[in-house]
Design a protein around this ligand. Structure first.
Ligand SMILES: O=C(O)CCC(=O)C(=O)O
Ligand SMILES: [Fe+2]
Length: 279
């Protein structure tokens, strides 16, 4: 585990270009978004539309799991206002701006894939999304020789918008299928790390990115070289954008091997299957 892995650059794209009045620039942005995700499954976005102050407030909270406030299937349980009175307004606002960012990204992806712009947004009207705040306590570096912060997995929704603090440790499998992991460097807590989930892979063939949270590469070294030390606590915010539960996972693009006769799972069935495999 001492070996430092390959250094891989994950492209950083400026989402403001999606709103450019110049249609050529807008089109180029959509193509760049698709090609970055096609080659790595991950891309870093700035100017994604989620206000920095909302991200800062969310990072002030320890850990929680939140869904859309009008979801009738899974209702939110909020801490009482006298315990944490800013909690509900903070996350209601975060959830709303994250949904707007999600819809814009889905539109950009549809355009970049040469589909009608509303193809992906119209499969996400229910806001069956989830926001997860995670606090990883400080831990001794030696623990990473037999354990990790989050084991390798793919996300099972459409896309994930992730915000990580500067501790780092988010790693993705690269090259795909190799079992080797490389750091996704943090550009700071306001940068959005966008990754492809399983549903988007089924629809479009873009690769669902396998990732984990582990010891950042810069802290890896041979045991006798540096001895042991504590690795800082870490905070992250993950917004999982998921399809409407009744949406079919039938491929949206030609050439992904779909047949007219085949019966495809709905997104809701797929989520339930993946949850039962995980827990
Ligand atoms: O905490 C992170 O940076 C990643 C979390 C993650 O991958 C997940 O919850 O699915
Ligand atoms: Fe994940």
């Amino acid at each position: 585990m001492g070996a430092v892995g390959l250094s891989v650059m994950f492209e950083q794209l400026n989402f403001a270009n999606f709103y450019s009045a110049d249609t050529t620039e807008r089109g180029r942005f959509c193509q760049d978004l698709v090609s970055s995700l096609r080659s790595k499954g991950f891309v870093r976005l700035i100017n994604h539309g989620i206000p920095s102050k909302d991200i800062d407030k969310a990072f002030d909270t320890e850990s929680y799991d939140i869904g859309y406030e009008n979801d009738t299937l899974y209702t939110n349980i909020w801490p009482p206002a006298d315990v944490h009175d800013a909690f509900q307004p903070t996350f209601t606002s975060f959830f709303a701006s994250a949904y707007n960012a999600e819809v814009a990204i889905l539109q950009a992806l549809s355009i970049g894939l040469e589909l009608p712009p509303q193809t992906l947004p119209q499969l996400h009207t229910e806001r069956a999304n989830e926001l997860r705040l995670t606090h990883y306590p400080a831990v001794s570096r030696k623990e990473f020789s037999h354990s990790t912060r989050i084991a390798s997995h793919t996300d099972f929704g459409t896309i994930t918008l992730l915000f990580q603090d500067c501790v780092g440790g988010l790693q993705m499998e690269f090259p795909r299928g190799s079992g080797k992991f490389v750091d996704v460097e943090s550009g700071g807590p306001h940068e959005c790390i966008l990754n492809v989930g399983d549903c988007l892979e089924k629809w479009t063939g873009l690769p669902s990115a396998r990732h984990r949270v582990h010891l950042p590469e810069r802290l890896q070294c041979d045991d006798d070289q540096k001895g042991d030390f504590m690795v800082d606590e870490r905070f992250s915010i993950a917004y999982f954008a998921k399809p409407d539960r009744a949406a079919s996972l039938r491929p949206l693009l030609e050439g992904l091997g779909h047949s007219e006769e085949e019966v495809y799972m709905t997104a809701g069935e797929f989520q339930r299957m993946r949850i039962s495999q995980t827990y």
